[in-house]
Each structure stands twice: as structure tokens, then as C-alpha cells.
Design a protein around this ligand. Structure first.
Ligand code: CA
Length: 227
């Protein structure tokens, strides 16, 4: 269950958000001022923080500054209407997003979902993980797994797959792939890219029923996120 910390001194609002989030299946913790919020943040681990800016004891911007010294946890600011300076300061201070009071709960829930997804991809980035569908590539250990099962690739196959994953959703021309994977002084067959894409497909797609690498006719190849 994902854990969300609400730091908000307006108790009725905090209670309302708490009930809605619990209804959505989140585990919720509340703090009524900046100091208590920071203490909770330091004492436990959360997946996302909702942070009011105008707080007693320690204001939200200062709380945010201290959180950012320790963590890149997603933080959504709750700001008063028209407090433009607060929003700018907050985003400069490393907040991921803000929502202006009063807000529709559906909007807050949507932003929380976005924030939590960002958190997962941040963790993957920190762990050197690239993924597509059921495939996960670890750039550090140079391992590729599909459904958790290790797949042996040659150096060139790995490099090609990694480059396509790093440039997900961007169609890569054959010449670009040749330059990047085989080097500028490459003088072999220009169809090497096609040959290696075939190798990758035979190792990664056919055995696992995946369709990862798409051919863009006359141009090159792309790995897209699933729609
Ligand atoms: Ca407040």
C-alpha cells in the first residue's frame, strides 16, 4: 500500500483529503504543522507528500527545502489561490507539482497518481533500469530480463537494445544506429542494423511473445511505450 503524508494545518481539509485517499486505497499520515511534518518524514518512509505552504511552526517552503536535502520523494504543494510567488518559490525549491485551493478531489487524485508514477521511474533511473513491456534492461549490470528470466545478448545486441530503450518513442534511423553502435568509421554492410534487430527479435520477442522493436519502413526502428 502506498503511503502518503499530508502536512496541512487546516484540519477539516486534511481530514477530507485523508478520507478520500483512504477510500482510494492509500495509507495516510497527517501532520498539522511544519515541524511535526518534518519529524514524521524523517521517522518513516513515504511514497508522496502533500505539503501546504502556509504552515505554523515551519513554513512549507522551508519544510520542502529540508525534505529535498534528504530525498527526491514526489511533493505536491497545496497553495492558496493567487499565491503566485509561493508557487514559483515552491517549484524552484524542488516541488514536483502544486494544486491551488480550493480544488476538486478528482484533480488532486490525478496529480497524486502522476506523482507516484514519477517516483517509480525515478527509482528505476537510480537503479539504471530501462524497460519496455515485460522487458527490463539493467545498464549497470548489463543484464536483460524478460518476465524475470535472464536473456544472453552479445555486446552489440545489448548496445543496440539499450540505445533504442534510451530513445524510446523516437524513431532511430539506420545511419544513426550505425554511427552510435558501430562507430563513425564503420565500413561494413549497411544492413548490419537489420541483421542485429533480427537477432534481438529472435532472442527477446519470439520466445516471449513480445513485439518490442517496431520497423518504420524506409527509416529505421523504434521501441514505443505501450498505448
Ligand atoms: Ca495552511
Amino acid at each position: 500500500m502506498e503511503k502518503i503524508l499530508i502536512i496541512e494545518d487546516e484540519e477539516k481539509l486534511a481530514r477530507f483529503i485523508e478520507l478520500e485517499l483512504e477510500h482510494e486505497g492509500y495509507e495516510v499520515f497527517k501532520a498539522v504543522d511544519g515541524r511535526e511534518g518534518l519529524a514524521l518524514f524523517e521517522a518513516s518512509s513515504f511514497d508522496l507528500i502533500l505539503l501546504d505552504i502556509m504552515l505554523p511552526a515551519l513554513n512549507g517552503i522551508e519544510v520542502l527545502r529540508r525534505i529535498r536535502q534528504a530525498s527526491d520523494i514526489p511533493v505536491i504543494l497545496l497553495t492558496a489561490r493567487d499565491a503566485v510567488v509561493d508557487k514559483v518559490t515552491g517549484l524552484d525549491g524542488g516541488a514536483d507539482d502544486y494544486i491551488t485551493k480550493p480544488f476538486a478531489i478528482e484533480e488532486l487524485l490525478a496529480r497524486i497518481r502522476v506523482g507516484l508514477r514519477k517516483n517509480i521511474s525515478n527509482n528505476d533511473k537510480a537503479n539504471n533500469i530501462l524497460d519496455a513491456d515485460r522487458l527490463r534492461l539493467n545498464s549497470a549490470s548489463r543484464e536483460v530480463k524478460v518476465d524475470g528470466q535472464l536473456v544472453e545478448l552479445t555486446r552489440k545486441e545489448f548496445d543496440l537494445l539499450e540505445f533504442l530503450l534510451q530513445n524510446k518513442n523516437i524513431v532511430m534511423e539506420r545511419t544513426t544506429l550505425l554511427d552510435r553502435i558501430w562507430g563513425f568509421d564503420y565500413v561494413g554492410e549497411t544492413n548490419s542494423v537489420d541483421v542485429y534487430v533480427r537477432y534481438l527479435r529472435s532472442k527477446l520477442e519470439e520466445p516471449f511473445g513480445l513485439n518490442l522493436i517496431k520497423t518504420v519502413r524506409g527509416v529505421g526502428y523504434v521501441i514505443r511505450d505501450e498505448e
